[in-house]
Design a protein. Structure first.
Lengths: 364, 504
């Protein structure tokens, strides 16, 4: 079966193309830039196919310039090692504490004879031993990457120092427990128990700027705890403190954080995102939990002009209809079966159009 | 009149006046008070004439802590005159841990308090150098008003960013490295100070996380070494190698990275080529090492615990060998190398009991501790009794019962404010059919007005009620429950739930 048809949009000197891949469990974003460079944010698989890798091959990408691994949840990292091995990125941004977590989990997986997990983790470690591998932890305000004479820029906007500290303290409590207690906890996590919100607290968020247009890729950043320093509230607080509030204003599009869950929907940020123009909302669903959820779709209706979901789950249409959304026709790609939605961003006209594959859902 | 004491504001460099000073470095470990007392007393014996007996008290493994401390105080009084600094202590804040100590840590916590007091009194009299790379509020308060001069030359250079000065001196090299290598942006420094609960610990942790993988492995390996070590072609017992093939080899490049990142700092007060891992970083990284590389860490301790030619080693090295021996879990080796104190054996005894359920083995170790080491060690007496009781299936013989009772009674006598020790003592008496009523009532009245009434009551009552039941005296237990029910409902609800379930 052909995953990507011939009419899949490709970048040109005036345009960047954003592809959001998400088969229902898993999420990956591929950015094809006007100067022919590529960025991958997270990795996911569809059956046995590594979706971003297949897309890069389809687009004829021989190199990968930047890769971002937002946080250590399997639906964002499964297949990372494959990309690293086949298209080693020139630069890799990883979530904070990645090394500490990897050292620990690799050791644990090795002791438990979970060789494939251990191999994945060690493969990433092997790449990170390269000269650039040790300088790429991404967090609020510490990474910027630009090209094409400054025509576009990618910057990290999360996690904040506050959230890194929260995750660090949780991790240390776990790491420093005695071995049997720790092993019992890890076994529970392996069997499906929630590890708590630590992975999401560490999630990197990325802002892409092309000329005057901006797209926010929200990773799995949540609204945060009660503290105004946590989650989206904390990011907004720092942006305002650093006179960068405009970065959140009038966005061209937003990749919904945490697959469009209510726990990631922050009204204060959306108020800015849609200050005078409504952005397009994109979601890679997490079908087992019914994300994006009904409440988020309802909140989004007055704030976003379109809602694009890369692979709808059973309840999505009912949720969307209840929220006031209606299916949108047109701009559906022929011949592309991959679960994807995307954006064409024109730098000259400062306009953004959407497209979707046949297996995706688009609402207006 | 002694030379006034000097305060150095960072990791120190050698002042001329300290050429022959005894240099003590606090590691933040449980054996610090005993280790430092031994080393200081040994040095004082060489500078204070005619006090060998006092020094011997400090060095003898059988000496009780209070005896050692009194001997050390007296030795220190003999240093009133002198034109040079006779002692230096680096990082005394490691003796002032702010966290509430765990049950096992309480003795070390108290000994640290005692030693701090004695040292600060001596500092006030002059002749000391103090370096505080990792200052704590507790010690700030305690040295407030002490006669001490700040050595202006030691004020560390603070780079262009004034915010750096708000970090502890031991963290500044790491922060500088993070910024200079582009790992964090300068503007993040303010955010860290504003948003993070413990900015110093946070910077260390984040820097560790951004080290290359091989440097992290090297850091974890080197964290088992506490003492400053010569770094030139090797780091202490660790050989430099291009491709490390055994745990005691590290890559030279990794050592250099750790030096640049502030995870190894010069220890110039001792020897100019010595380097050491600062206490804050070592404490963090060593905890990770124990968690991540438990097998490797134990192998390293084993390699560093060789007791060949032990008697020819200097005292400081002997103490380190003993420390490494204890970390291997090898009881025989730890016992053989316990030349100055047996404190590290406690952890091995506790491990035997808690993790291996070898109660007889644990009791034997605790018996050894109270027989051949500090006979005033209340913890060792208590857990001698406790492990003997656990090891005894069915009713104990008279001889065994007498040993248990004597152990519990001694622990209570030595630490009579401890409600658990008192509770276990009375509980065992109750089990043996002895009268406990008056002592129980008296203690309950005292504990009721204590600020920690809830904890005290729970620890005290449970072993007594358990003992009464085991001794077939449930009726007496019920009477005590009835008399004290209102207070127990408030202070010890879990005990009540076990012994008197249901409504009153």
């Amino acid at each position: 079966m052909t995953l990507f048809g011939p009419d899949l949009p490709r970048p040109n000197p005036d345009e960047a193309v954003v592809y959001l891949l998400g088969p229902g469990v898993g999420e990956s974003i591929v950015l094809a830039l006007p100067d022919g460079r590529f960025v991958v944010i997270d990795v996911c698989r569809h059956s046995q196919t590594n979706l971003p890798l297949a897309l890069l091959d389809h687009l004829g990408a021989t190199t990968l310039e930047l890769m971002v691994v937002t946080h250590p949840d399997l639906d964002h990292v499964r297949g990372v090692a494959e990309i690293i091995n086949k298209k080693p990125p020139e630069e890799l941004w990883r979530y904070p504490l990645e090394a500490s977590i990897r050292d620990f989990l690799a050791d644990w997986a090795g002791r438990r004879r979970l060789k494939s997990v251990e191999a994945d983790l060690r493969a990433m470690g092997a790449y990170l031993r390269s000269p650039k591998g040790d300088v790429s932890t991404a967090a609020y305000g510490n990474r910027e990457w630009s090209g094409d004479a400054g025509k576009y820029k990618v910057r990290a906007l999360a996690p904040t120092e506050y959230d890194k500290d929260r995750a660090h303290r949780v991790l240390m409590r776990r790491l420093l427990k005695n071995k049997p207690e720790l092993d019992a906890w890890l076994d529970k996590v392996r069997q499906g128990a929630s590890p708590g919100d630590s992975p999401n607290v560490l999630s990197v968020a990325v802002l892409f700027e092309l000329g005057t247009q901006r797209v926010l890729f929200g990773g799995d950043v949540l609204t945060g705890g009660r503290s105004p320093k946590s989650g989206w509230k904390g990011i907004l607080r720092l942006l305002l403190k650093h006179n960068l509030g405009h970065l959140f204003e009038d966005l061209a599009a937003v990749k919904l954080p945490h697959h469009g869950s209510s726990s990631a929907f922050e009204p204060a940020t959306w108020k800015l995102h849609s200050k005078s123009t409504k952005p397009i909302a994109l979601a890679a669903p997490f079908s087992p939990s019914g994300l994006p959820d009904e409440a988020t779709l309802k909140h989004l209706r007055p704030l976003a002009r379109n809602l694009l979901v890369s692979s709808p789950h059973n309840a999505l249409h009912a949720f969307a209809t209840a929220g006031g959304w209606a299916l949108a026709n047109g701009k559906v790609l022929d011949g592309t079966t991959a679960p994807l939605v995307g954006l064409r961003m024109n730098a000259k006209t400062s306009t953004t159009d959407w497209f979707a594959s046949k297996s995706a859902a688009a609402f207006a | 009149m002694a030379l006034p004491s000097s305060l150095l504001l960072a990791e120190p460099q050698v002042p001329k006046t300290a050429a022959s000073a005894c240099v003590l470095r606090v590691y933040g470990d449980q054996d610090d008070p005993l280790r430092l007392t031994v080393l200081l007393a040994e040095h004082l014996a060489t500078v204070v004439a005619g006090r060998d007996a006092l020094a011997q008290t400090c060095l003898s493994p059988r000496s009780a802590w209070k005896e050692r401390l009194a001997a050390l105080s007296e030795l220190l009084l003999g240093t009133r005159n002198g034109s040079a600094h006779y002692a230096a202590i680096i990082d005394p804040d490691g003796l002032a841990r702010s966290k509430k100590p765990s049950w096992e840590d309480r003795a070390s916590y108290r000994m640290s308090q005692d030693l701090r007091r004695v040292v600060i009194e001596a500092v006030d009299r002059g002749g000391w150098l103090i370096a505080r790379p990792n200052p704590s509020p507790t010690l700030d308060d305690e040295i407030d008003g002490v006669q001490i001069e700040v050595d202006e030359g030691s004020i560390p250079h603070v780079a262009a960013e004034p915010a750096y000065a708000r970090f502890a001196p031991d963290v500044r090299p790491t922060l500088t490295w993070l910024i200079e290598t582009g790992r964090i942006a300068v503007k993040q420094v303010d955010d860290i100070l504003e948003e993070v609960r413990d900015p110093n610990a946070y910077v260390v942790s984040m820097a560790y996380d951004t080290l290359p993988e091989t440097a992290r492995i090297a850091a974890r390996a080197l964290s088992v070494v506490r003492a400053p070590s010569h770094a030139n072609g090797s780091y202490g017992a660790f050989k430099w190698a291009d491709q490390p093939s055994v745990p005691t080899e590290v890559r030279r490049a990794d050592v250099l990275t750790l030096q640049r990142a502030g995870f190894l700092v010069p220890d110039d007060l001792r020897r100019s080529s010595d380097w050491v891992m600062p206490r804050r970083a070592r404490s963090f990284i060593e905890s990770l090492a124990r968690s991540i590389d438990a097998g490797v860490t134990t192998a390293l301790h084993r390699a560093l615990a060789s007791d060949a030619q032990f008697d020819e080693q200097p005292t400081e090295s002997q103490i380190e060998i003993h420390h490494h021996a204890a970390r291997t879990g090898n009881v025989d080796l730890t016992r053989r190398t316990a030349k100055y104190f047996g404190f590290e054996l406690r952890a091995l005894a506790t491990e035997r009991s808690r993790s291996h359920h070898d109660y007889e083995g644990a009791a034997a170790l605790f018996r050894d501790l109270v027989t051949n080491f500090d006979q005033t060690d209340a913890y060792a007496w208590e857990y001698l009794g406790y492990n003997l009781a656990l090891a005894t299936k069915g009713p104990p013989s008279d001889a065994r019962a007498a040993e248990i009772l004597a152990a519990y009674e001694t622990a209570h006598r030595l630490d009579n404010h401890n409600p658990l020790y008192f509770g276990r003592f009375l509980g065992f008496r109750a089990q043996r059919g002895l009268d406990i009523r008056a002592q129980f009532e008296g203690a309950m009245q005292r504990y009721a007005s204590h600020s920690d009434a809830s904890d005290f009551m729970s620890w005290f009552v449970k072993p007594i009620f358990d003992g009464l039941v085991r001794g077939g005296r449930s009726q007496e237990r019920d009477e005590l429950l009835h008399n004290w029910r209102a207070l127990l409902e408030w202070c010890a609800p879990k005990v009540l739930e076990k012994h008197a379930p249901g409504p009153a």
